[in-house]
Design a protein around this ligand. Structure first.
Ligand SMILES: *Cc1c(COP(=O)(O)O)cnc(C)c1O
Length: 410
């Protein structure tokens, strides 16, 4: 860039995250608006032909065309980068298109990827089926088995991909250990931080190179828009992802960026309040006679409890999964009991989405993981009696009463 820079908001040295969460972005426009403006424009008028030429040639930084530059999107990107502690961020049209952009930016035919087998279902499909068409090979390994990640490394391994905690089993991976393996292999580590968000977990602090977000979940926080992002160093974003975005156009709409931008302002207090409710709910579920098992990283009974507490700011997050009691070896009865519990609720929303202020309830084996075979589900521990609750801002006593309607009848 020679001259002409998109301006930055000026903060005193050492300004803290809570402040950046409500103020990082761009300086206000000439009108002095206090709440960030929504720039619903596809293009930007250039002062003259020579300036337009310089800007299109990347010699001068300016807003040009909203496929790759838009002020509302830039505000969201800067704010999320500040919260994640990465130098930069690039927003995408969905969480999945963030992973598509990740692959297009970092990988080429002949490269190898190591991916946790417990990641989001569409992520498994994207690596295992779509990228495979372009000659990128992926090895899927156990989320929690560090030795398996190490053993999967090959000379052409370019990327390690993890998600922590996972859905619906809330398995936690040791990000620091995976970062060390990636570093030794000369590969990048990408972490899908959808479940914790930077309010609870900042993967860069443990050595991750790239953070993936589905903005659809907690970043929006009220279940309104589909959005995504990659957070990484300025060098990685500018060299690997901006050119792909310009050519391939998996861009975030300014409107959706504006919704996420405003969502980020309340992210920390929402995550805190929803996680507190989730912990109360998880502890209560453990005392229920008709519940066989509870999965929640905030419980001492969780296999990676200590790691989760260290990595996630002492919080278990806001997603709780559990298995309802049923006669042993009878998956049909287990499913019937799970459906009965879900259908007995009068308040909770029956939907597979999560990260909403409205508490949601779902049956993973027949919805998010319905495309797996029964054998694959058994191997993954996603049994027919499992129910997942993504705790929102409903009063936790109302959530308990709503679940008790079905639980007491089992
Ligand atoms: C929802 C989700 C995604 C995909 O995000 P979309 O915005 O729906 O495309 C990716 N990873 C995780 C962990 C998710 O929960």
């Amino acid at each position: 860039m020679t001259e002409g820079k998109i301006p930055r908001v000026k903060f005193p040295e050492g300004t803290r995250l809570a402040t950046l969460a409500v103020r990082e972005g761009l300086p206000p426009s000439a009108w002095g608006e206090n709440s960030e403006a929504l720039f619903l424009t596809s293009s930007f008028v250039q002062p003259d032909a020579a300036t337009a030429a310089a800007r299109f040639a990347n010699e001068e930084e300016a807003f040009i065309y909203s496929r790759f530059t838009n002020p509302t999107v830039t505000m969201m990107e800067r704010r999320l980068a500040a919260l994640e502690g990465t130098g930069a961020c690039i927003a995408t049209s969905s969480g999945m298109s963030a992973i598509l952009l990740l692959g297009m930016g970092l990988l080429k035919a002949g490269d190898h990827v190591i991916c946790s087998q417990s990641v989001f279902g569409s992520t498994v499909m994207l690596f295992g089926r779509e990228f495979a068409k372009f000659g990128v090979e992926t090895t899927f390994v156990s989320q929690t088995d560090v030795a398996a990640w190490q053993a999967a490394v090959k000379a052409n391994t370019k990327l390690l991909f993890a998600e922590s905690p996972t859905n619906p089993l809330t398995e936690v991976c040791d990000i620091r250990a995976l970062a060390a393996i990636a570093r030794d292999a000369g590969a990048w580590l990408a972490v899908d931080n959808c479940f914790c968000t930077p309010a609870l977990q900042r993967p860069v602090e443990y050595g991750a190179d790239l953070i993936i977000h589905s903005g659809t979940k907690y970043l929006d926080g009220q279940g309104r828009v589909i959005a995504g992002a990659i957070c990484a160093s300025e060098a990685l974003v500018n060299e690997k992802f901006v050119p792909v975005m310009r050519s391939a156009g998996m861009s975030l709409s300014p409107f959706n960026a504006w919704v996420v931008l405003k969502g980020l302002e309340t992210l920390a207090i929402r995550m805190q309040a929803q996680s507190e409710r989730a912990l109360t709910l998880a502890r209560w579920l453990e005392t229920q006679p008709t519940i066989a098992k509870v999965y929640y990283p905030g419980l001492a009974s969780h296999p990676q409890h200590a790691l989760a507490m260290a990595q996630q700011s002492g919080s278990g997050g806001a997603v709780v999964s559990f298995v309802v009691a049923a006669p042993a070896g009878d998956p049909a009865a287990a499913r019937k009991n799970a459906f009965h519990l879900i259908d007995s609720t009068e308040i909770l929303s029956i939907t597979a989405n999560l990260g909403d202020t409205k508490t949601t309830i779902t049956h993973p084996a027949s919805t998010s993981h319905g495309r797996l075979t029964e054998a694959q589900r058994q191997a993954a521990g996603i049994v027919q009696g499992m129910v997942r609750v993504a705790v929102g801002l409903d009063d936790v006593e109302d959530i308990q009463a709503d679940l008790l309607r079905g639980l007491s009848g089992l």
